[in-house]
Design a protein around this ligand. Structure first.
Ligand SMILES: [Zn+2]
Length: 350
């Protein structure tokens, strides 16, 4: 069980303030465990890798030293990130909540912008769980304005996510950046719409509407969907005669283990690998070892293949990373028989 260590700092002229010691310190994050759950050793280093990937994607360099103070609090709580003391303070119910890490990037590298851009980007780059529920609500006109207006509490996250992912798909990361830098936190929807048209031509409504595709010689409207970003970090695993034998973590005390997320993502201590070449599939895993394979990529959209067949190509910077896969291995140590190693085996997919 992790404990919170509290020290007292006494100021000259009286008064002592309590200053907690972080449970883990990485390159950019100080991690405080106030969850009552066990903190696995590689959690801060996963947060560091994630932050590094986000800064890299948007062409920025992280500040020097620790700029994120991350408090893992009671798991019933989802989280927030706010600018504090020249950095970002995050409180979240998960030990490495990617959505809030994206806000930390925004607060430390980019200017303030309308809430719908901040939340849309955090959903897109934050491996959000609402992907499955993002639905197919594609409002235009006043309904679109309403979905994107106001502070975070009144923004429709799924619509904001759709807008941000289509912005990057159509205009690239640089297009999103240009749009973001032209707007401020209190820009009205009229200003947002004018700025969009001035920068890119066309309208914000068109950006969320289905586009025509040719299927079997006929033009049909194809619905736009939200896209995902899958960042791939972790040790490389190499193929050996059409096979990969790998080792997961044995439990939370394993030096490579990242704490499970209690609200999303792996439910048991886990680690990531990267596999190159053909897509791997799981051939075998020890009891209690769960292996998940994901395509790595900056924008993974369900209408990719359709666009691939003869329509306007999205900018290459937003394309998926062909032939790169993330293998995430989680272990339920209660299921792993004593003395058994958390092994798994991959073979090439069809
Ligand atoms: Zn948010």
């Amino acid at each position: 069980m992790a404990t919170v260590v509290t020290t007292l700092t006494c100021l000259i002229g009286g008064g002592c303030v309590s200053a907690e010691e972080p449970d883990q310190v990485g390159t950019w994050v100080a991690l405080y465990n106030e969850s009552g759950e066990e903190l696995c050793p590689a959690t801060a280093s996963y947060i560091d890798s994630y932050l590094e990937q986000v800064f890299l994607l948007f062409g920025e360099v992280p500040p020097r030293g620790v700029f994120v103070r991350y408090y893992w609090v009671d798991h019933s709580y989802t989280g927030f990130a706010r600018a504090s003391g020249g950095g970002t303070r995050i409180e979240a119910g998960s030990p490495a909540y990617e959505h809030e890490l994206v806000h930390a990037f925004q607060q430390n590298a980019w200017p303030q912008s309308p809430a719908f851009l901040r939340e849309g980007l955090a959903e897109l780059a934050g491996n959000s769980i609402i992907l499955q529920d993002a639905g197919s609500y594609r409002p235009t006109g006043e309904q679109l304005d309403e979905a994107l207006s106001g502070p975070p509490e009144s923004v429709d996250y799924a619509v904001a996510w759709l807008v941000v992912s289509q912005l990057i798909l159509e205009h690239g990361v640089s297009g999103l950046r240009d749009f973001w830098f032209e707007l401020g936190p209190s820009s009205s929807m009229a200003e947002v719409r004018q700025t969009y048209t001035r920068l890119f031509g066309g309208s914000l409504d068109e950006l969320v509407q289905p586009f025509p595709v040719t299927i079997g010689g006929e033009q049909v409207p194809f619905d736009r969907g939200v896209c995902r970003v899958e960042f791939c970090t972790g040790e490389p695993l190499a193929w050996e005669s059409e096979r990969i034998r790998g080792m997961g973590v044995s439990g939370c005390d394993d030096v490579d283990a990242v704490s499970p997320s209690l609200s999303q993502g792996p439910q048991f201590p886990w680690k990531d690998y990267v596999v190159e070449g053909v897509e791997p599939v799981v051939a075998e895993a020890a009891p209690g070892v769960y292996v998940e394979v994901e395509q790595c990529g900056v924008l993974l959209c369900d209408h990719y293949t359709v666009r691939d067949e003869g329509l306007a190509q999205p900018p290459p910077e937003t394309w998926e990373q062909q032939g790169r896969y993330r293998v995430r291995v989680a272990t339920d140590s209660d299921e792993l028989a004593p003395g058994t190693e958390p092994t798994f085996e991959l073979i090439p997919g069809a």
